[in-house]
Structure formats: structure tokens, C-alpha cells
Design a protein around this ligand. Sequence first.
Ligand SMILES: [Fe+2]
Ligand SMILES: [Fe+2]
Length: 296
Amino acid sequence: MSRKVSALDPGKVDVHARNVSFDWRNTPLHWMALDPVASHLISALTLLLPEGERMFCAAFTEALPLIADEKLREDVLGFIGQESMHARTHDKAIEEFLEGNGIDVRPFVAHAEYIFRTILGPRTELGPVAQRQYLLERLAVISGLEHMFAFLGDWIINADLERFGADPAMLDLYRWHGAEEVEHRNVAHDVAEYFDMSYTRRNLAMVIAVFSLLLFLIRGAKFLTHEDPALDKPGYPRMLWRIVGSMRRGALPSFSMIGRSLAHCLKPGYSPEVVGNTAQALAYLATSPAARAAAS
Ligand SMILES: [Fe+2]
Ligand SMILES: [Fe+2]
């Protein structure tokens, strides 16, 4: 979402991982009690994120020796710290919340593993020139997805999901994660700029990555709906219709919001700085129950 940066916004900040502590053992499968479809679509993110974020960390670790700029190196290390904490935390959510509610996640997690380990994982068989090009492709994908994660992070910090009966512990997971996505939204873009990535390479990768993400989430929502004994088993048309209904109610960001955000990102001279608000993200992180529980 495009927004003018507030006068109170501190701008770029030092990025570091925060310790968090969650307990989802009593969180129901319909964690938004009044919108099971939106619950499942957002939960599909939890199925995807651990593998995706581990791929982000692997690619950034590979890029680190090629970065001479000291500040950018610090940002990349902070980014890796945050993303690996996100991956570990969503792994715990899979175990406590999804498997704890009787969902066999393996068939769907296997798809995420295939995408991020086989298609986008390290390829040691390539020569040095091809290795570098392959690394740049992965950094372009990460830069595009990071735009979308900052957009989604900003959305979930501001969305009134309490009116759908959102479970506080699960909502805190997505808001903590979303706030850190807003906080570190410049890093992947700065890395892409550092490697002098072309407009075409970056944006083509972004469009493909974001459409793949949306398809994956719709597929994930359908998977969880079919695994859910309380719901019927819709095909894709009916599933999509229900998702659009959740978007209209405000339980999910709408396709038009996502499209506008993508279009904004495609503008030459785009900066992630205007996606979300750092001051608001930091204010949330200062009061996040999970961050406070870990600190106590
Ligand atoms: Fe993340
Ligand atoms: Fe991120």
C-alpha cells in the first residue's frame, strides 16, 4: 500500500532478530471464528513460510561475501536473523496449531519443499558465471516477495481482525511477523540495487513470484478446507468465490489492493520506504505479547 512517510517515521533502522514466545496449544483451527475461509488462507502462509524463509537466508548467506558495503552487510545479517526466527516460529505454529488440530500437513509442505529446495535451492553443479546469474535470479525473487510481505505486514497491523473473533495469540504471530517485514522492507531492495539488477529482471521476477504466491495461498486454503472436518469440500471456483467474500468483508486484503500495490512497485524509482510505516511497526513490536513474554 502506498502511503506518505510520516514525519515521525524514523526511516531505516538497525535490523535485529527479536526473541519471541508463543503458545498456540489452545488456538482453534478456525482462529478467526467468524471467517474460517480467511483463517485457512492466512494459515496457508504458515505452511509456506518456513521453507521460503530458509531459502531467503541461504541466498543472502551466499550473497554476503560479495557485499563490501559495511552497512548493507549489517542489514543483511539482521535480515537473516529475523527471517530464520520467522521460519522457526512458523514451524512451531505448524506443530502446535495445525498438527495440534489434527491436520496432516505433509502433502502440502512437500510442495513448499519442492519449490524452495529443488527449484530455488542452491545449485552447486553450476559454473561461477552461471552461479552468479542464478544467485541474482533468487535475489530478484526475494526482492519481489519482500515487497508483498511488507504490504501484507502493513495490512495485518492495521486490519480489524478482532471483529472476526481472531485468536489473540495467532493474530500476534502475524502482526509480530508483519511488523518485522515492515521494519526490514528495504533490505532485499537495497541488495538488488547493490547488485545493479535491471528493472526488467527485478520486476519480471516479482510479478512471477507474487502470482505464484497467490496461487499457492489459494491452493493452501483449499487444502486446509478439505482437511477441515467442519467444512464441505469445494472445488476451485467455489473456493475462489468464498475467498472473494472474505476479501469483501475485510478479513483478507482484496485483489484490487494487491494489484495497486504491485503496480506501485513497478514504477521506476520505486522505494519500499513508502510501503508501511516503521514507527507504527516498532510501536507494535514494543507491545507485542509474544515479544514481551520472551523478554520477561
Ligand atoms: Fe519473514
Ligand atoms: Fe522479510
